[in-house]
Design a protein. Structure first.
Length: 331
């Protein structure tokens, strides 16, 4: 297992430089209400060796042709270090923010990836699908990129069928909010998809993002900032359509998850964060003193993670930099 950095401003520059110096495999730029492509483009100019991953570019935000152009450009500018992370997003963002329909997410993802792959191979973009049609007019001429651009594609996935799709279509998978046991289950699902792949990736990547708070104080106190982050994700959209909410329910925290979402929607974000069970946060984070974190690193490696992207949480930049050095030494 290798390490990666979850690349989030404001001190992304210092963390990125330290991660590259420490030999981290990847810097992953999340995309939510912050654009991943801009962060990756900025990171290309500040680095020479570390791999760069969009984590993840949201499918409803860009047409497949635009995504292929962007991936090809970043792949060229980075000297082949870019990995295109894609995700279908969720109903809340897809319909409420991008104004696009969310129906048929699995089929939509399949068509999108097929078009992006077609374009990155340098082929003429011609596609007749249920969600995408190129050219739009039958008499139109399909376009193509100037040259092939072999950019690997990592798919983000949560649900069982989406995990299998990631194994079938992707060169890797990006996961979040998962304990080692749940990673093991996800890897098994991905394996079923890989059995259906026409040309399975020989070195499939299992990339997991985890928050990290190191220290010798009470572990429950270290978890508090992460609980705020968890409360936000548990409350995105209606609970019946929220992937992260369903994870909490499957882990046995259904009643707590309902209370968290009710508090968050009511505007009580502090109360929502305080209601997030410590055990839920602990299961999907690196928390505590070095020996405790070392045990969790081993568990993730044994579960099948190939790259663990850590997001250090601490009050100051020097402490966050020190956390990167500590986890690198533990690995």
């Amino acid at each position: 297992m290798r390490l990666g950095l979850n690349l989030v401003p404001p001190d992304a520059g210092a963390l990125l430089e330290e991660a590259e110096r420490l030999g981290f495999a990847y810097a992953l730029a999340p995309e939510g209400l912050r654009d991943a492509v801009s962060v990756i483009g900025w990171a290309v100019g500040r680095t020479t060796e570390i791999g760069l991953v969009s984590g993840v570019c949201q499918i409803p935000a860009r047409t497949p042709a635009m995504m292929a152009m962007t991936a090809a450009t970043l792949g060229t500018l980075s000297g082949g270090r870019f990995r295109l992370g894609l995700g279908v997003s969720n109903p809340h963002a897809t319909e409420g923010w991008y104004g696009r329909p969310f129906a048929g997410p699995l089929h939509r993802t399949r068509e999108y990836v097929e078009i992006v792959r077609m374009a990155l191979r340098g082929e003429e973009a011609r596609y007749d699908g249920a969600h995408y049609r190129l050219p739009l007019d039958e008499s139109g001429t399909g376009l193509r990129l100037p040259a092939p651009a072999p950019v690997p594609i990592f798919l983000a996935a949560v649900g069982p069928r989406n995990l299998e799709l990631a194994g079938e279509l992707g060169d890797g998978w990006i996961g979040t909010f998962l304990s080692p046991d749940r990673v093991r289950d996800a890897v098994a699902r991905i394996g079923k998809g890989r059995e259906r792949a026409v040309n399975p990736a020989p070195d499939f990547e299992v990339v997991l993002t985890v928050p990290m708070a190191l220290g010798d104080g009470p572990v429950a106190e270290l978890a508090r900032p992460i609980a705020q982050y968890a409360a936000h994700f548990l409350s995105m959209g209606h609970r019946e359509e929220n992937f992260y909410y369903r994870i909490a329910v499957e882990m046995g925290y259904g009643e707590a998850a309902r209370f968290v979402q009710d508090r968050y929607v009511a505007g009580d974000r502090r109360g929502a964060a305080e209601a997030v069970p410590f055990e839920f946060v602990d299961a999907m984070s690196l928390l505590g003193p070095p020996e405790r974190v070392a045990d969790r690193l081993k568990a993730y490696a044994e579960a099948g993670v190939t790259t663990l992207c850590v997001g250090p949480i601490a009050p100051t930049e020097p402490e966050r930099l020190a956390a990167l050095r500590t986890v690198a030494g533990l690995l």
